[in-house]
Design a protein around this ligand. Structure first.
Ligand code: B16
Ligand code: MG
Length: 217
């Protein structure tokens, strides 16, 4: 194992909060009379809140129907719904295999960081009681260009004083895999549904993470 750091996406990798994002967007879409299919929800994965709203409106041909102030109200409303669902989150909601994998990585001296597009990332990590395990958590509010731009992954590498080649990224979203590759890093894909850019190490679930130790990464 030549990697010195693992950079984790949060929603859909450490925990299944992606379903809460989906429920919140679905609720908003219903209120606005917008279509919201499984494919729409895939397209919204991993991108920022503002970009997700744009994509939803574009896919419904409604991109010219809302002012900047109205869009802000819509993203705030979606976030309110998401925060409501987050109330249900417990430490038991960390996905299978994650905690042992993080401990095993720490035991090998591998640095751990979170590279999530979510401005709620710190709150989610606290609720899951995972905060202490990470050496660095990127602040999504300070990232100017959302995934698939590499900025957030490069921000983590920089904070840990490592080169991109020394970092391995973990993602569930196509936009995230693209961001990792654009950063010059290799990607572990956790059940990545759309594969315009295949992850280097595709896994079907977090329960398979331990199999990575047996590979010559
Ligand atoms: P928030 P990740 C992403 O998190 C989600 O996948 C995406 O669906 C969401 O729109 C985005 O965070 C922003 O989240 O509205 O909480 O700031 O997958 O990068 O951990
Ligand atoms: Mg994700």
């Amino acid at each position: 194992m030549h990697y010195k750091s693992f950079l984790f996406d949060l929603d859909g990798v450490l925990t299944d909060t992606q379903r809460f994002h989906n429920l919140a967007w679905q609720r908003l879409a219903q209120e606005l009379g917008l279509r919201f299919t499984q494919q729409d929800s895939e397209a919204l994965k991993g991108v920022s809140r503002q970009r997700a709203l744009e994509i939803l409106l574009e896919r419904n041909h409604r991109e010219n129907d809302f002012t900047a102030a109205q869009r802000e109200e819509l993203t705030d409303r979606k976030n309110g719904y998401y925060r409501e669902y987050l109330e249900l989150l417990r430490p038991a909601d960390v996905l299978p295999g994650i905690v042992p994998f993080l401990h095993a990585a720490q035991a090998r001296g591998i640095l751990l960081a979170v590279a999530s597009s979510s401005r709620n990332a710190s709150a989610v990590l606290e609720k899951l009681q995972l905060t202490e395990l990470f050496d660095y958590v990127a602040d999504a509010a300070k990232i100017r260009r959302p995934k698939p731009d590499p900025e957030i992954f490069l921000n983590c590498a920089h904070a840990l004083a490592l080169s991109p080649a020394e970092c391995l990224g973990f993602e569930d979203a196509q936009a995230g895999v693209e961001a990792i590759h654009a950063a010059g890093m290799r990607a572990v894909g956790i059940h990545v549904a759309v594969t315009t850019q295949a992850p280097d190490y595709p896994l079907s679930s977090t329960s398979e993470l331990e199999t990575l130790w047996a590979q010559d990464l």
